[in-house]
Ligand binder design. Structure first.
Ligand code: NI
Length: 139
């Protein structure tokens, strides 16, 4: 079986604040540093969505890139771009919007729209040097 991975890059700008309401400002600053700034701050998130599977002999595709592009636009960019993640994105009303949690939320939003036989992996850059990857839960 030839397993091929195809990837699409995208990006969005979003604001966030990393903090726990049940911690003092001092403790939040200790743990989350600048990302706990009460006035929020933004990141230019770079996203790579990868789909792995067999090549469809009829089309030669693993997934049509036009379809993948539209899925990312509809479920990620339209939901996150130029938003305050804490205040405007329901998934983060009680979930700390770290890059780790954002990548899991993106995976969960896209997974229902990717064929079951294909694997989905999310790579999310919060800065040019810091990035996280999520490929789903181990069965
Ligand atoms: Ni931050």
């Amino acid at each position: 079986m030839k397993q091929v991975t195809v990837s699409r890059k995208a990006h969005f700008n979003a604001a966030h604040r990393l903090y726990r309401k049940d911690w003092s400002d001092t403790k939040n600053e200790e743990v989350f540093g600048k990302c706990s700034n009460p006035h929020f701050h933004g990141h230019n998130y770079e996203l790579i969505v990868s789909v792995t599977g067999e090549i469809d002999p009829e089309t030669g595709y693993v997934i049509d890139m036009k379809v993948l592009k539209e899925l990312i636009k509809n479920y990620v960019e339209d939901a996150f771009d130029h938003k305050n993640l804490n205040e405007q994105v329901p998934e983060f009303s009680s979930l700390i919007p770290t890059a780790e949690n954002i990548s899991v939320v993106i995976w969960e939003k896209l997974r229902p729209h990717i064929a079951n036989k294909n694997d989905l992996s999310i790579t999310l850059y919060e800065t040019p040097r810091n990035y996280v990857q999520f490929s789903g839960t181990n069965q």
